[in-house]
Design a protein around this ligand. Structure first.
Ligand code: DAH
Length: 338
């Protein structure tokens, strides 16, 4: 019996070295070690042995089974490993390929300029206020000393919703709303959308303005010039030339328009500045006594300045854009550039 067992081991161990894959190994395992396998067949004859030999032969069978199992397990591990290596080779990553970028959203250029303007004034201690886009005639015109026959009230310019209700044509009414509710000293800016019946390369029916004002007991035109100069130097360049020109607004007296040296031609004269070398960027002035009267401020005691600027116009100058409508067409090829 021992002889037959040794032969079986020999046959098994020589066969095992010719096995090529996992399937063949499993088949082999079944053939020798399975319940109907060769080792099991020999074990059946166990009962014919004299009792004193049984433990010895039993131990011998177990040791053969152990050795064959060990070889099988080694082989299976080796096959699994080479299969894994094979798979990894196929999945090889080229770490030198450029990465795939996620498309990142960006703020709209108008929002960018708006945020920058707000940031500069916040840095000078101005608070931010907002008012409604649907306004009454009183806030948009009357309280700002714009009389009934003023051209700004013309049906050509204003979108009327009703007799006394309209889409605000400027952010100046926020001045009135804030001053009605708060006492000086005040330093406030009011960014927002405004509406006018107008449409060409430099006008859209909706655009953005930032209104600003400062009121206290000793505010002078010097404060106006100082604050607006600091603002424009921060928004454009530290050495941008600035000039204040006399002008007229119903809600300020005296009034001024503020120009910067043309950013396109540096003051030499070009198509954008119409040969003048200057670009108008702001309207401003000392708040009119009639406006103070409308909000119940004593104009003998308080003084203040106010200003208004158009965000689209500033964005066009900053980015060198010659058609305002590009901002509102939502063409990503345009928007991606900012
Ligand atoms: N509200 C004016 C406009 O829309 C802009 C403006 C000019 C605002 C002068 C002001 C100012 O506060 O003082 O054209």
């Amino acid at each position: 019996m021992k002889e037959r067992l040794l032969q079986l081991e020999k046959a098994a161990l020589s066969e095992i070295s010719s096995l090529k894959n996992k399937e063949a190994v499993l088949e082999f395992k079944n053939k020798y070690l399975g319940r109907k396998g060769e080792l099991a067949a020999l074990t059946k004859e166990f009962g014919k042995l004299p009792p004193e030999e049984r433990p010895i032969v039993g131990e011998f069978i177990n040791s053969i089974r152990g050795r064959i199992e060990e070889r099988i397990n080694n082989l299976l591990t080796a096959f699994a490993q080479s299969e894994r290596e094979q798979r990894l080779k196929g999945e090889k990553i080229d770490a030198t390929l450029p990465g795939r970028y996620l498309a990142l959203g960006k703020r709209h250029p108008i929002t960018q300029v708006m945020d920058e303007v707000v940031k500069i004034f916040s840095g000078m201690g101005f608070a931010v206020a907002e008012g409604p886009e649907i306004e009454t005639d009183y806030y948009n015109f009357e309280a700002l000393n714009i009389p009934k026959d003023h051209p700004a009230r013309d049906m050509q310019d204003t979108f009327y919703i009703g007799e006394d209700v309209l889409l605000r044509t400027h952010t100046s009414p926020v001045q009135i709303r804030v001053m009605q509710n708060k006492k000086p000293p005040l330093r406030v800016i009011a960014p927002g959308k405004v509406y006018r019946r107008d449409s060409d390369v430099t006008h859209t029916p909706m655009f953005h303005q930032v209104e600003g004002f400062m009121v206290d007991e000793t505010i002078t035109f010097g404060d106006l010039k100082g604050v607006l100069t600091a603002f424009l130097h921060s928004l454009f360049r530290e050495d941008t030339a600035i000039r204040f020109r006399p002008s007229f607004f119903p809600f300020t007296e005296p009034s001024a328009e503020v120009d910067i040296q043309c950013v396109i031609c540096n003051g030499k004269g070009c198509r954008v500045c119409k040969g003048s070398g200057w670009l108008e960027v702001l309207g401003a002035g000392m708040i009119h006594p009639m406006v103070f009267k409308a909000v119940g401020y004593d104009s003998e005691r308080f003084s203040g300045f106010a200003f208004g600027l158009g965000i689209e116009r500033i964005a066009m100058l900053k980015f060198g854009i010659d058609d305002i409508r590009l901002f509102f067409e939502n063409d990503v090829r345009f928007l991606r550039q900012f």
